[in-house]
Design a protein around this ligand. Structure first.
Ligand code: TZP
Ligand code: MG
Length: 204
């Protein structure tokens, strides 16, 4: 498995952002990248394959692991560095078998889901949404910092990334819980100044 760092994790698809934004984010020092191609106008088929390859190529240039959301066949076709799945996606233990050497991330919302993800072979868990988010249609209710803190204390050694509504205004409170990193879509993809946004998220 490729070494990876959850610290400043950027997630996007062609409906939130584009290759120029990804390259700027890579230049500014994101530590991990996930291609999450969702929503109205999402690419499929060969368009998706070409876009995914372009994202992967950029990530390789900056030595940042390239993770695919949900799409196991795409992750296999591209030999992606990792795969991230939610509770409603393929079973984590099955994905672990299909991609034995990939970084495996699993979204989890409570102690039970974290325990199961670890048993299934997850390398890290994604916890969220922490705050209200406009970037995920089927997001659960925000869990808040206190729940994040409690999950961190319950499983201090399980690598965790917090997600959902994280911005330069609240990232310090999220990092103070001791989680390994923060994952964002809009704080980077919709920033007026992508470089400044990444730099702030990284340094806070
Ligand atoms: N999973 C939980 S919240 C979320 C995902 C994919 C969306 C995060 O987007 P943003 O814009 O950083 O709130
Ligand atoms: Mg999913």
């Amino acid at each position: 498995m490729m070494t990876y760092n959850l610290h400043t994790y950027f997630i996007m698809g062609s409906t939130n952002a584009n290759l120029a934004i990804l390259e700027e984010a890579l230049q500014a020092g994101i530590t991990l990248f996930q291609l999450r191609e969702k929503g109205k106008g999402a690419k499929t088929g060969d368009d998706l394959l070409q876009f995914a390859k372009a994202c992967q190529h950029l990530c390789q240039q900056y030595n940042v692991p390239f993770i695919v959301n949900d799409d196991v066949p795409l992750a296999i076709a591209l030999q992606a560095d990792g795969i991230h799945i939610g509770q409603d996606d393929a079973h984590a233990a099955t994905v672990r078998k299909q991609l034995p050497h990939a970084i495996l991330g699993v979204s989890a919302h409570n102690k039970k889901e974290i325990k199961q993800a670890v048993l299934d072979g997850a390398d890290y868990v994604g916890i969220g949404p922490i705050f209200t988010t406009a970037s995920k249609d089927d997001a659960q209710q925000p869990c808040g910092i206190e729940t994040l803190q409690a999950l961190q204390e319950a499983f201090p050694r399980v690598p965790k990334v917090a997600i959902g509504g994280i911005t330069t205004d609240n990232v310090q409170a999220v990092r103070a819980t001791g989680v390994n990193g923060v994952a964002v879509i809009s704080a980077i993809s919709a920033a007026d100044d992508v470089k400044a946004a990444v730099t702030s998220l990284r340094n806070m």
